[in-house]
Design a binder for this molecule. Structure first.
Ligand SMILES: [Zn+2]
Length: 189
């Protein structure tokens, strides 16, 4: 899941207004951002689900450090602490929670490839509810998350009395970025 995470970030912004929107957007995909250099270094990898070409939802993701339960908790806590120094305790806690929300949303869609401990230490059972088996359902849920998040953001920003043009522009940007990432996701790019 990529797109749906942005919807959650927009929804959080609607209730936690002091936290910068860009920071929430980055926090919500922070585990995937850290995954990229590890993937390029060959530390984490993606295998195709057997019998597929590895398109949308057909990857078995061995992100054994960034997407292990303990790894995600440590990254979330460290990021939250760092943000506390800049924006205070409340914002830091929100950012940390949003970073960890990525793991929870991924848990719903991932195949059973998410370890409990970094590096799958102890070879414990892996987690993942596997909603990705149903491509159309997962894509619809991701799109819905973005639309609901954008709508909540739009309503909250309007009530807060922000300049209408700016509120509409940011909302359109959220929906546009959501649609684009979902399209790229489905196209397997
Ligand atoms: Zn992820």
């Amino acid at each position: 899941m990529v797109t749906g995470h942005f919807g959650l970030a927009a929804a959080v912004k609607s209730v936690e207004r002091p936290v910068p929107l860009w920071a929430l957007m980055l926090a919500t995909v922070w585990l995937d951002v850290i995954f990229v250099p590890l993937y390029l270094a060959g530390v984490e990898r993606i295998d195709n689900v057997p019998g597929t070409n590895g398109g949308y939802g057909d990857g078995i993701i061995h992100a054994d450090y960034t997407h292990s339960l303990l790894g995600a908790l440590v990254i979330a806590a460290a990021t939250g602490l760092l943000c506390t120094r800049w924006w205070g305790r409340r914002c830091g806690a929100v950012i940390g929670a949003v970073v960890f929300s990525h793991w929870l949303l991924d848990l719903v869609v991932h195949h059973t490839d998410m370890p409990l401990l970094p590096g799958n230490l102890g070879d414990l059972p892996r987690l993942g509810l596997g909603l990705w088996r149903y491509h159309a359902v997962t894509a619809a849920i991701e799109a819905l998350l973005v639309l609901v998040g954008a709508a909540l953001y739009w309503r909250a920003a309007q009530q807060a009395g922000g300049p209408a043009r700016r509120v509409n522009l940011v909302t359109a940007l959220i929906v546009g970025c959501g649609a684009l990432t979902l399209a790229l996701d489905i196209a397997g790019i």
